[in-house]
Design a protein around this ligand. Structure first.
Ligand code: AHG
Ligand code: MN
Ligand code: MN
Length: 333
């Protein structure tokens, strides 16, 4: 059995000049995840379900667990002394850490502390998503440009899924590995080494309730998924949990496509480039899948603001390319 901490140390030895800072950040993220997991597991028993009085910058009601998770990840990264600042989906602006070791640190972290907020109160899988970048600003307080880097610049990304079991899945651009939390010893243990996703799959994941607001290309792709065809094993099953982490985790393991497209009332869709799309796009690519906006690789987008959104088509390569074919065929409609 290999624990996450052992695995991180082993991987660090592959890089002779590694300082251990990135390893330390990953360890502190996994520690915060364990604390959040503990609260998620007893959520119905303690006063942590429901909403706070606040609305976040996206106009969404902040849940108590969103707020709790946000504070855990911020505190854990701050005390690491290895991170010069963070940007969180739940914060209006980035936070530059001003403690002495953090001012000298080389990394920034972005995260969605609790993904799938609408599922918190109903005991359905939720998650956390994170990205790590090397700062581009000089030592001292970090700057916004540190957070507005292309996804191609990510040093590492990952997610935690608080599901029927809790897992941490992450990449340092050297393959994708998954660790399951063994609650009896309180350790994440390597359970899914070197994850490679199937080239195609039998699931499509999209909020089909918004069909009337999709562009024609997306509507036609949905119809394609529903048609009968033995050669391509259609119709595909529709699976949509409403927690991006859980939907993508399933599709990574079984094969499939996850879509949150542009809507007539929300042209850039809903999901956030910096906190959700970029980290997940790197994960999908590391597993051999594809992640695009329908026309462009997500990782090539240059964010212009922290909270910007983008449409996403990600998952098994054959399915993403098929969806892109429909977008091209019905371009402008
Ligand atoms: P968050 O809870 O961090 O705001 O993210 C929720 C996201 C994502 O997890 C999910 O795929 C999507 O919102 C669901 O949105 P719809 O209810 O519009 O389908
Ligand atoms: Mn989210
Ligand atoms: Mn969230």
């Amino acid at each position: 059995m290999i624990t996450l901490d052992e695995f991180i140390i082993q991987r660090q030895r592959d890089f002779p000049f590694a300082t251990g800072d990135l390893s330390g950040i990953l360890r502190n993220i996994s520690l915060a995840a364990k604390v959040v997991n503990r609260e998620v597991n007893k959520a119905g028993l303690v006063e942590i379900l429901g909403e706070t009085e606040d609305e976040n910058i996206h106009g969404e009601q902040v849940k108590k667990l969103d707020d709790y998770a946000n504070r855990q990840f911020i505190d854990s990264l701050r005390i690491s002394g290895l991170c010069c600042g963070i940007a969180s989906e739940e914060e209006d602006d980035f936070l530059a850490f001003d403690e002495k070791p953090n001012l000298q640190a080389n990394y920034v972290v972005t995260f969605d502390p609790l993904d799938g907020s609408s599922n918190i109160d109903v005991n359905v899988s939720i998650g956390t998503i994170f990205s790590i970048y090397r700062r581009v600003s000089p030592l001292g307080p970090c700057k916004e440009i540190d957070f507005l880097q292309c996804g191609t610049e990510q040093v590492a990304s990952g997610y935690i899924i608080y599901g029927s079991s809790t897992m941490m899945v992450y990449t340092t651009r050297n393959g994708l590995n998954g660790f399951t939390l063994d609650p009896s010893i309180g350790e994440f243990c390597l359970s899914h080494p070197n994850i490679i996703m199937p080239k195609t799959g039998k699931y499509y994941s999209i909020n089909q309730g918004y069909m009337a607001n999709f562009k024609k290309g997306v509507r036609e792709f949905v119809k394609y998924c529903q048609e009968k065809d033995e050669a391509t094993k259609r119709p595909f099953g529709l699976r949509y949990i409403g927690s991006m982490v859980a939907d993508i985790h399933r599709n990574l393991i079984t094969g499939g496509i996850f879509i949150y497209p542009s809507l007539s009332n929300h042209p850039k869709g809903k999901l956030r480039l910096v906190y959700e799309c970029n980290p997940m796009a790197l994960i999908i690519e590391q597993a051999g899948g594809k992640a695009t906006t329908g026309t462009m690789n997500i990782l090539d987008l240059k964010p212009t603001e922290l909270h910007e959104r983008c449409p996403v088509f990600m998952g098994s390569t054959a399915l993403v390319e098929k969806a892109e074919d429909f977008l091209v065929a019905y371009k402008g409609q």
